[in-house]
Design a protein around this ligand. Structure first.
Ligand SMILES: [Zn+2]
Length: 507
């Protein structure tokens, strides 16, 4: 993945470092080794990064019943029964049901749920996070009754349905998963990531307590995957950064903050310069411009990096202008914009002048294509939405991630979405905004070399070259797809020369 996209046949590795890359005969003649890995002509790539993901959120989510894709009320009940049989939890939480998949338009009723679980409190959040179905035991547990009123929330006692802020009222009373359960989940998730050849996750936002779990895993030598943790700009986290400076503990490193500037496009929370096309709102700016500037100044004084979540064109403009006017005096600042989903056509230039780095999620484009035009209209979508090719050209580079668990972390779905602008069902047929396709070489760099640059590791990672760490993956199938999406996975993944995932190759 170097600039010339050189290809080679063999790699010599010593003490976790690449000592030479070249023709097979040259390497075999020059070196003897304790172990020789025959890649069987399969492709070897630098370890893949997910430049924006949430291991912690996924670990939390795994404690609950996953109801995504459930096609009937009865199946939902069976999923809960299965979960209860496997987990010893006195209170059941679930997430992901969508009654439209059951062929039902109106929200469901709690009766069946209450009959199936008369003693155990159950709270099930709808896929969009804006509605919750609760059984009678949960109503009793959480004191949901006809005297309860919640501003910004709706309670339908007869149906057992809560809406919007009423969900927070219940969620605040539900038990948090234990530290041990979360750590166990993180280790499980790590195995699944390594099986895809992912060797690095840029963990996009941790509170101090959550960071501690990763620190414990590193102390216990259980963290095998590289985690580049961004921390939220809280007082506790600033204290951590002041005390620790650039923090490195085994595979865990911390030298960046993450600030959330606006909401999301799907819920009309992303902050737009003009109102939404299907709703009389501009979205929400979660931070005032002055606050954004203050966080930048504080982070800069620590020498840390700041990565700003900006989805709407207004949020992007505020941060890009802040960087362009106040924050680009450090020659190598590497300030990142996470998502950069809708950019005002006049503002693409700001990526060039400010040298802000776009960090985007190609599968968001192919997921959001169903409703994006409805929300922001044809012009804004076509001139500045999900414009990864334009962003790459203006910024000189781009990073790719998935924002899992919002999307799956399958990097091959990301490659397909970025190069074909289609989802794994090969939709839409012509590709979504196909002018924004990028070539495979760009997409691969976005997940290797440029993502390594985005976490200050390009000197050690991102290419397979002499002197770099032997962090690489051998993939089962060729990476370029002509037509339809086809799954792929790693047969061997090495981090610093150590096999962290192996499907039993002959060694
Ligand atoms: Zn995220």
């Amino acid at each position: 993945m170097n600039d010339d996209l050189d290809k080679a046949e063999a790699i010599a590795i010593k003490d976790g470092e690449i000592v030479e890359v070249g023709p097979e005969r040259q390497i075999l003649n020059k070196y003897t080794a304790d172990k020789t890995i025959n890649a069987e002509q399969k492709d070897v790539f630098p370890g893949i990064h997910d430049a924006h993901g949430h291991i912690m959120s996924l670990a939390k989510q795994r404690q609950n019943v996953d109801l995504r894709g459930v096609t009937s009320y009865d199946q939902m009940i069976r999923e809960i029964e299965k979960h209860i049989a496997k987990n010893d939890q006195p209170i059941i939480q679930g997430r992901g049901w969508d009654q439209s998949l059951w062929g039902q338009e109106s929200l469901p009723n709690h009766k069946k749920l209450s009959e199936a679980f008369p003693e155990t409190p159950v709270a099930l959040t709808r896929i969009d996070g804006h509605a919750m179905l609760v059984n009678e035991a949960m109503m009793e547990y959480a004191n949901i009754n006809d005297t309860l009123e919640i501003e910004g929330g709706v309670i339908n006692l007869e149906k057992g349905i809560l809406l919007d802020f009423a969900l927070d009222y219940v969620n605040d009373q539900l038990p948090e998963p234990t530290k041990e359960d979360l750590k166990e989940s993180i280790v499980e998730i790590q195995e699944e990531l390594l099986a895809f050849g992912i060797t690095h996750v840029h963990e996009a936002g941790l509170h101090r307590e959550q960071l501690k779990l990763f620190q414990e895993l590193a102390d216990e030598d259980k963290l095998k995957i590289n985690v580049y943790a961004m921390i939220f700009p809280t007082e506790e986290n600033f204290e951590f950064a002041e005390k620790e400076g650039f923090y490195k503990n085994g595979k865990l490193s911390v030298r960046s903050f993450k600030i959330i500037v606006d909401g999301s496009l799907g819920s009309h929370g992303a902050c737009m310069i003009e109102p939404y096309s299907d709703s009389a709102t501009y979205g929400i700016m979660l931070r005032k411009p002055g606050e954004v500037q203050n966080v930048f100044k504080r982070v800069k004084s620590l020498g840390y990096q700041l990565n700003s979540h900006c989805i709407g064109d207004s949020a992007n403009r505020v941060v890009l202008r802040t960087i362009d006017t106040l924050m680009k005096d450090i020659p190598d600042h590497r300030w990142r914009i996470e998502h950069a989903q809708v950019i005002h056509p006049n503002d693409f230039e700001l990526f060039e002048s400010s040298r802000a780095l776009p960090s985007v999620q190609p599968t968001h484009a192919t997921t959001d294509q169903r409703w994006a035009e409805h929300h922001i209209g044809h012009d804004r979508l076509h001139k500045g939405g999900y414009s990864y090719n334009t962003l790459r050209k203006k910024a000189g580079m781009i990073m790719f991630g998935t924002d899992f668990p919002v999307e799956d972390f399958d990097p091959f779905a990301t490659l397909y979405a970025a190069t074909k602008r289609k989802n794994t069902n090969n939709e839409p047929k012509e590709g979504f905004l196909p002018a924004q396709k990028v070539d495979y070489s760009v997409a691969l760099k976005a997940m290797t070399l440029w993502a390594s640059f985005g976490c200050f590791e390009e000197g050690q990672l991102g290419t397979l070259e002499k002197g770099k760490q032997a962090t690489l993956t051998i993939l089962d199938q060729p990476i370029e797809l002509e037509n339809d999406f086809a799954p792929n996975y790693a047969v061997l993944t090495l981090i610093d020369g150590e096999a962290v995932y192996d499907i039993n190759l002959e060694w």
